[in-house]
Ligand binder design. Structure first.
Ligand code: NAD
Length: 257
């Protein structure tokens, strides 16, 4: 991959690689191509064989398990980054989860437990990461999460994840304001639909891809590598005047009616 952005000398944490097709994998490739040194995590031992090739391909120097619902695992990742690097320049939070029965129904029917779990894994974990990253971002930094247009408009079958992503995008604005005087910036990178493992949990996802393609001015969907280049830009000094924004990587889909 050709580097469009310079991240030489920067160190970043990438959370959310499930396999080669993950949005986080495209981002990790772009970060590495731009010169960054990376720490990657995997969900658990079952996931590890799928994540390891990505970690190797990006020469990841830290590779640890991280299930944000397992007490202490996220903390352990940041402790290791502290002992290994002593600082952190950027992180990518690219994780989401909702119980199937709550995702495959109207938001009206979503259970309190399911809603809470989706919010915890997909949104509150970003706040926890921001809290843990803050003391390590001694020279400022960038906190990037991945959102979707369903935060802003009703997208058929996106259901419960709509309000969860809306909360995530709002959290980003508050984090950006709270940490601004420490030189820490925060972004929602709103990606167009991509066929990933998480996406396969959304009902009739192939139809969504067709609808989005048809409404996108160029008629093209985005690739994970293209999303990655934009993430690398947000992590770079070139994006220094930006913070708190929702940045769309969707070939202009969100601008159409
Ligand atoms: P993916 O399945 O490749 O990645 C989802 C990741 O979430 C996996 O690595 C999984 O291990 C992780 N995860 C789930 N529960 C976790 C937990 N308890 N602790 C730690 N990690 C956990 O799918 P993806 O599409 O690349 O998803 C990445 C992000 O991009 C998600 O936030 C998703 O909502 C968002 N997004 C996806 C699309 C799309 O169309 N694929 C579009 C816009 C935004």
């Amino acid at each position: 991959m050709t580097a469009l952005i310079d991240l030489n000398g920067k160190r970043g944490l990438v959370v959310g690689v499930a396999n080669d097709a993950s949005i986080a994998a495209g981002c990790a490739r772009a970060f590495r191509a731009a010169g960054a040194e990376l720490a990657l995590t995997y969900l658990n031992e079952k996931a590890r064989p799928w994540v390891e090739p990505v970690a190797k391909a990006v020469d990841s120097t830290v590779f640890l398990p991280c299930d944000v619902r397992e007490p202490g695992q996220l903390e352990a990742v940041f402790e290791r980054i502290d002992s290994e690097w002593g600082r952190l320049d950027f992180l990518l939070h690219a994780i989401a989860f909702a119980p199937r029965e709550d995702l495959h129904t109207s938001v009206v029917n979503a259970s309190s437990e399911g809603f809470g779990m989706a919010m915890d894994v997909s949104c509150h974990s970003f706040l926890r990461m921001a809290r843990l990253a803050r003391p390590l971002m001694t020279e400022g930094g960038a906190l990037i999460t991945v959102s979707f247009y369903g935060a802003d408009r009703v997208v058929e079958n996106y259901n419960l994840m709509g309000p969860v992503k809306a909360a995530l995008e709002s959290s980003v604005r508050y984090v950006a304001a709270d940490l601004a005087d420490e030189g820490i910036r925060a972004f929602s990178l709103s990606a167009g639909p991509v066929k990933t493992r998480a996406a396969s949990g959304i009902e009739r996802f192939d139809e969504l891809l067709d609808q989005v393609r048809a409404r996108t001015p160029s008629g093209r969907l985005v690739s994970t590598d293209e999303i990655g280049h934009l993430a690398a830009f947000l992590a770079s000094n070139a994006a220094a005047p930006m913070s708190g924004s929702v940045v769309y990587a969707d070939n202009g889909f969100h601008t159409t009616a």
